[in-house]
Design a protein. Structure first.
Length: 67
């Protein structure tokens, strides 16, 4: 049996957080329920999503094709 890193309860089916790696019970398994330090990374809109769009390229398909 494992113990929850948040409340210390013994847990038969523990959850391991993918963001911080700690072990939690069902009540504290969600990042927002155990004050996960990994949440800060997901709250940064500039650092999470990479669209793959290269802003240095001009006149792409969205700009219309040159004829």
């Amino acid at each position: 049996m494992a113990t929850c890193d948040e409340c210390g309860e013994y847990e038969n089916l523990p959850y391991q957080c993918k963001r911080c790696g700690q072990t939690f019970c069902a009540e504290h398994r969600l990042p927002e329920n155990h004050n996960c330090p990994g949440l800060a990374e997901w709250d940064d809109p500039g650092g999470v999503f990479d669209s793959g769009f290269d802003e240095s390229v001009e006149g792409g398909a969205a700009g219309g094709a040159a004829r």
